[in-house]
Design a protein around this ligand. Structure first.
Ligand code: UDX
Ligand code: ADP
Length: 480
């Protein structure tokens, strides 16, 4: 029986391995992690991540051919194929700080693999890593190999949170990069055989290592670029009276452009986009391509501008100050159908409002109070570390309270601010909310979820990103 071990039981490793186990009953899959609470959660009824359909998949194969364990070394030693899916945050100090990926966790995983291995292994890069990481990892493994043969493959993950299980069941493509040697090709074939259990072979693309690594960064950079493009357009729409949804619809009908990923927003978040673009920027700089680097840097700069613009709109419409004002924050996750808050635009917006001394009442159906407090009080460099290296209990911010209901959040508030496009925010009883708020009552919609006309009829002053401005807002500067 082929044995697979995945190092890292996070958002990528957990769901991916669960689906491999489900689709390949003849393969034993063990997911290992050094963070014991995560392993305990994977073995319980309350999985550590919220992902539609995941519970079902895990229930079907856990204990059969899918296992979660903290016994990292034992399972790595026994495996034929080792996936590595550990944290790769952006470096915060030293060479490449703020741009390059921090490969500390990857390197320590590679050294451990070399240390405990007693048989030949295929080692698969699953976490997004800079181009040429495979080469570095290969060096660590071969210089410590004691005669064991290691083949490195790059098999980047393209799943999106919230649709991870569907993305894994029916991937647009599976990408496998490997060495162009006979051993490398054999390793590619072995991994191809795993995916071929359920993915049509014409969707499995095999390339060299560097193409696979770069394709992952390129895919995320292109996707993020689309969002920054439409967000840049949203500022222009507000200035000219155009409606960004109409513009998106009109351009998306061009089959060369296509309709997806054209929703204007308060900015993109998530663990991949920003990190991967910064990585790309760093690679360009290292390869003497400053013009190409600055081209990609703009995607991140527009994303930052969009968040600042949103906060400035809020503050300037509320008489240029939110000091002492209660603002209801609806949604904190970086997008709907996930409890993940990594790089969520909500952090920047809330911090901007707190900087102006607002009092925040936050509601998100999937994010805990503890997580919100961590995100708002801890520095980004601490948040990016693996959980066992994060400070245990950060100091809670007094001006922030978390409630479990949108109505409770909005009670007595001066303004509402929508930061995640949860479906339930579309169907709230906004008349009831209006009646319980201070007047004038404001709605700032960073996700284009509310019916602007309906809310204006109720009496709200409404700002919705990229939509024609409320008369109230027209004379207020977007960026003070
Ligand atoms: C992304 C890629 O889609 C996925 O292929 C890759 O493997 C990991 O990174 P993910 O971060 O889970 O996935 O979410 P995604 O759906 O891409 O959304 C990223 C961010 O962009 C979210 O904050 C989302 O709200 C925002 N977004 C998305 C927009 O603002 N507008 C859009 O039109 C689409
Ligand atoms: P991703 O989104 O890429 O899956 P996560 O942060 O969700 O990233 O998960 C990465 C996981 O990897 C964390 O649970 C962390 O504890 C684990 N991890 C990091 N380094 C190691 C290691 N050397 N051995 C085992 N697990 C590790």
């Amino acid at each position: 029986m082929v044995k697979i071990c995945c190092i890292g039981a996070g958002y990528v490793g957990g769901p991916t391995m669960a689906v491999i186990a489900l689709k390949c009953p003849d393969i034993e899959v063990v997911v290992v992690d050094i963070f014991e609470p995560r392993i305990i959660a994977w073995n319980s009824d309350h999985l550590p991540i919220y992902e539609p359909g995941l519970d079902d998949v895990v229930k079907q194969c856990r204990g059969e051919n899918l296992f979660f364990s903290k016994d990292v070394e034992k399972h790595v030693a026994e495996a034929d194929i080792v996936f590595v899916s550990v944290n790769t945050p952006t470096k915060t100090q030293g060479l490449g700080a703020g741009k390059a990926a921090d490969l500390t966790y990857w390197e320590s995983a590679a050294r451990m693999i070399a240390d405990v291995s007693k048989s030949d292994k295929i080692v698969v890069e699953k976490s997004t890593v800079p181009v040429k990481t495979a080469e570095a990892i290969e060096k660590i493994l071969t210089h410590n190999s004691k005669g064991i043969n290691f083949q490195i493959l790059s098999n980047p993950e393209f799943l999106a949170e919230g649709t991870a299980i569907q993305d894994l069941f029916k991937p647009d493509r599976v990408l496998i990069g490997g060495r162009e040697t006979p051993e490398g090709q054999k390793a590619i074939q072995a991994l191809k055989d795993v995916y071929a259990h359920w993915v049509p072979v014409d969707r499995i693309i095999c390339t060299n290592l560097w193409s696979a690594e770069l394709s992952k960064l390129a895919a995320n950079a292109f996707l993020a670029q689309r969002i920054s493009s439409v967000n840049a357009m949203s500022a222009l729409c507000e200035a000219t009276g155009a409606d960004v949804s109409q513009v998106s619809h009109a351009i998306g009908k061009d089959t060369r452009i296509g309709p997806k990923f054209l929703n204007a927003s308060v900015g993109f978040g998530g663990s991949c986009f920003q990190k991967d673009i910064l990585n790309l920027v760093y690679i360009c700089e290292c390869n003497g391509l400053p013009e190409v680097a600055s081209y990609w840097k703009q995607v991140v700069q527009v994303n930052e501008y969009q968040k600042t613009r949103f906060v400035n709109r809020m503050v300037s419409s509320m008489f240029n100050t939110v000091s002492g004002k209660k603002i209801a924050i609806l949604g904190f996750a970086f997008k709907k159908d996930t409890g993940d808050t990594r790089e969520t635009p909500a952090i920047g917006v809330c911090q901007g409002l707190l900087g102006d001394k607002a009092i925040l009442s936050i509601y998100d159906p999937q994010v805990s109070q503890e997580q919100i407090q961590r995100d708002l009080s801890m520095h980004k460099s601490e948040l990016d570390r693996p959980p066992h290296l994060q400070p245990a209990s950060p100091t809670a911010i007094k001006q922030v309270s978390c409630v479990w209901d949108a109505y409770e959040a909005a009670k007595g508030a001066h303004g509402i601010c929508i930061l995640t496009e949860w479906d339930e925010f579309k169907t709230l009883d906004y008349q009831k909310i209006y009646d319980d708020m201070q007047k004038p009552a404001f709605v700032f919609d960073g996700r284009n979820v509310v019916d602007v006309d309906k809310l204006r009829q109720i009496g709200f002053i409404v700002y919705s990103t990229g939509k024609p401005l409320d008369a109230w807002l027209k004379d207020m500067p977007a960026v003070a």
